[in-house]
Ligand binder design. Structure first.
Ligand code: FAD
Length: 457
């Protein structure tokens, strides 16, 4: 498959896949991983209680536990775990949703090894951390038929606020505003809510998803109205929002994938990451490919590669122009990808995609010491995962916005943008996870409520 003109790392990937784990690798093995096979399946009650009993319940009044400090949403982790241990699932559920309206989604998709579980004190004594994510999932998913929906708010509504974008940041902002008596209209260009949670986050993290239930909770709380298929794309659109609303929250995330412009980028079999993942998420796709090459080294590149393995592609290789320590992907995810059979080639820059009609390979330049040597790899599928486009187009629609590179600048204490009527959070301001979007949205909602109360009083 591989024709090395001058291979980096002696032609071997830095890490070797481990076929002994019984996962797909090469042509000789039947893939055992499937697209919707969950990597963190739910606990049964006995296992949940066992796990809850491992929690040391750190923290005290005024001194939150390290796991709570590490949670961007600020969930009282020992509090909900204690309630699981005592069998009080409704109380545990109230605790997780009190701080995070997407608690079930986050329980499935959060990078817990670098957040709550990474901060667990058990790590310091050489023990496995408490499985906070899976316990949170149990609390969030708990359903008690007699309990019904959260009560509707009957108190007078204090203002009208527009939320643009029904992704994680928009949903979390809408929830926090509504809980404070603000009437919220959420506008989204898409036909339904969820943003990247629906279209991009890997199905093996959330095959049964909990977003639908979370949106139902939000709708049941009263005060939030959705308008789908409503893209805000002109100055006039935003002027109309300004006329009718006391404040506007921007939760529009980032744009489509950045385009690669190297020769051959137009060939059949060359895809961008987001359409690849969206197609993979349909669950009814079997790409006819023998060797998938992924360009990039962030979490999205890792997701594409791991999904490629699950789609049954026998050989999957990530190409990255720098050294492994410069990768933006979480190291634990890189390790998991390697265990599943993903190969890596470091310090190679793709210069050209080869082929006449369909892609047949890539030509790369070695970027490390002794650079300039060329390397050709054969491939019949290439996915570029080099990040999403910034949303600086918004500056043509809204006055006063400022940018730091691709990030919209906000006051970190309030989420307020350079235009005092506008607030923002999520990927638009540089976030990279659902839980960061939730955190930023809560900050913005608090500031919006203070502002409308000040103006009303
Ligand atoms: C491949 C991939 C995998 C990921 N995996 C994980 C993971 O495992 N765990 C994790 O925590 N995070 C993950 N993330 C990141 C996470 O999805 C984002 O951080 C999060 O979705 C950001 O939320 P948001 O609300 O800022 O934006 P988005 O989720 O992008 O939502 C933006 C919403 O705004 C709408 N919109 C955009 N423009 C307009 C407009 N002009 N008018 C009206 N509506 C508009 C869109 O339709 C969309 O619904 C992943 C991201 C990607 C790309």
């Amino acid at each position: 498959m591989t024709k090395n003109v001058s291979p980096p790392n002696g032609g071997r990937p830095l890490f070797s896949p481990r076929p002994e784990l019984g996962v797909s690798h090469g042509h000789s093995m039947t893939p055992l991983l499937t697209m919707h096979e969950e990597i963190q399946p739910p606990f049964d009650p006995a296992r949940a209680v066992y796990e809850a009993e491992r929690c040391l319940e750190c923290g005290q009044t005024g001194v939150p536990a390290p796991c709570t400090v590490a949670c961007p949403a600020g969930i009282d982790v020992p509090g909900f775990i204690r309630n699981i241990r005592l069998g009080r699932l409704s109380e545990a559920q109230d605790i997780v949703f009190a701080e995070n309206p997407l608690a079930g989604t986050c329980a499935r998709v959060c990078p817990t090894p670098v957040l709550c579980e990474g901060a667990c004190v058990l790590n310091h004594i050489g023990l496995r951390p408490v499985a906070v994510g899976r316990l949170q999932r149990m609390a969030a998913d708990w359903s008690e038929p007699s309990r019904g929906a959260p009560p509707q708010r009957s108190s007078p509504r204090i203002a009208q606020v527009a939320v643009v974008g029904a992704g994680p940041s928009g949903l979390a902002c809408a929830q926090a505003l509504s809980a404070q008596g603000v009437t919220v209209t959420v506008y989204d260009a898409a036909p339904s809510a969820g943003g990247l949670v629906c279209t991009a986050i890997a199905p093996y993290r959330q095959p049964d998803g909990s977003l639908a239930a979370e949106i139902q909770r939000l709708e049941a709380s009263g005060g939030v109205r959705f308008e789908f298929n409503r893209p805000m794309t002109t100055r006039e659109d935003f002027r109309r929002l300004e006329d009718r609303h006391a404040a506007i929250f921007l939760g529009v995330g980032l744009g489509p994938d950045k385009a690669i412009t190297i020769p051959g980028h137009h060939l059949a079999g060359v895809w961008a990451a987001l359409p690849f993942i969206e197609r993979a998420k349909t669950g009814d796709w079997t790409p006819r490919a023998e060797h998938l090459i992924v360009i990039g080294a962030g979490n999205t590149a890792i997701d594409v590669a791991r999904e490629g393995i699950r789609l049954g592609i026998p050989e999957v290789t990530i190409l990255y122009r720098r050294t492994p320590d410069k990768m933006r992907a979480y190291p634990y995810e890189v390790r998991e990808a390697v265990q599943e059979g993903v190969r890596f080639q470091w310090q190679v820059e793709v210069q050209e995609i080869l082929g006449t009609w369909r892609v047949t390979g890539v030509r790369c330049r070695r970027t490390g010491a002794g650079g300039d040597a060329l390397l050709e790899l054969s491939a019949d599928f290439v996915v570029s995962a080099i990040g999403q486009q910034p949303r600086s187009d918004l500056s043509q629609l809204i006055d006063g916005l400022a940018w730091n590179g691709s990030r919209l600048v906000v006051d970190p204490a309030s989420g307020q943008t350079g235009n005092p009527r506008y607030y923002a959070a999520g990927d638009l301001i540089g976030g990279t996870t659902v839980v960061e979007a939730v955190r930023g949205a809560k900050v913005a909602a608090r500031a919006i409520v203070q502002s409308v109360r000040r103006n009303a009083g």
